[in-house]
Ligand binder design. Structure first.
Ligand SMILES: C[S@@+](CC[C@H](N)C(=O)[O-])C[C@H]1O[C@@H](n2cnc3c(N)ncnc32)[C@H](O)[C@@H]1O
Length: 210
């Protein structure tokens, strides 16, 4: 197993998943993957899927990389770039099965609004890059941010909301663990780009196991 850190030869050429992973398979993307705790769990839970983790902090990605190496995980690549740039410019249309966006910085102050990830243009790019039955999984500790994300995700009917996916404790991200330890409430939800109610590959929270 070698490093999962991927350095593109140039940052203008769209990614080619088969080349990046050396095989085909459903692609899931985690935005702001931090130290890779969720990725490590998901990559083991879905060994035939391919995972891309994006974060702009190299130190966190190095930690993620070491974790993945230690676990012998081979179906993850890590990319150090600005996430909205990657989604808008590097991810091919209709190619992503799921996005995972957990605890992005909410930037609650009005003067920081431009730094927020969930803007109409970003939502449009999520929709463009997802497969027709693709999903966006989201979590935050901020009720205000949840309301804002719901609003922007469903404003143009790009997405419909569905119950959050059931996740085991092991899948909890580092920030989630910290927020839970501090007694905070975690809000989770899922948005689907499917219009026809296609069954999801991710079981719903509280749904009976089949
Ligand atoms: C609050 S942390 C959450 C990390 C992880 N998802 C977790 O739950 O433990 C937000 C992460 O997103 C990354 N991030 C924030 N904005 C980003 C952007 N525009 N592009 C790439 N990464 C970003 C930060 O570097 C940080 O690692």
């Amino acid at each position: 197993v070698t490093s999962a850190l991927y350095k593109p030869a140039d940052i203008l050429t769209p990614l080619r998943w088969d080349e990046l992973f050396g095989r085909s398979g459903p692609v899931e993307v985690e935005i702001g993957c931090g130290k890779g705790t969720f990725l490590a769990w998901a990559a083991k839970a879905r060994p035939t899927s391919n995972f891309l983790g994006i974060d702009r902090l190299l130190l966190r990605l190095r930690k993620a990389d070491r974790k993945l190496l230690r676990l012998g995980v081979t179906n993850v690549r890590l990319l150090r770039l600005e996430a909205s740039y990657v989604v808008a410019k590097l991810i091919p249309t209709g190619s992503v099965a799921a996005y995972h966006i957990y605890f992005p910085d909410p930037w609650p102050k009005r003067r920081h609004a431009a730094k927020r990830l969930f803007r109409p243009s970003f939502v449009c790019q999520l929709r463009r890059t997802l497969k027709p039955d693709g999903e966006v999984h989201f979590a935050t500790d901020s009720a205000d941010y949840l309301a804002e994300v719901r609003q922007v995700m469903t404003a143009r009917r790009d997405f419909t909301e569905a119950p959050a996916a059931e996740l085991p404790e092991e899948a909890r991200t580092d920030f989630e663990r910290e927020f839970l330890a501090a007694g905070k409430h975690i809000h989770r939800c899922r948005f689907s780009s499917s219009r026809a109610g296609v069954p999801s590959m991710f079981p719903a929270h509280g749904a009976a196991a089949i």
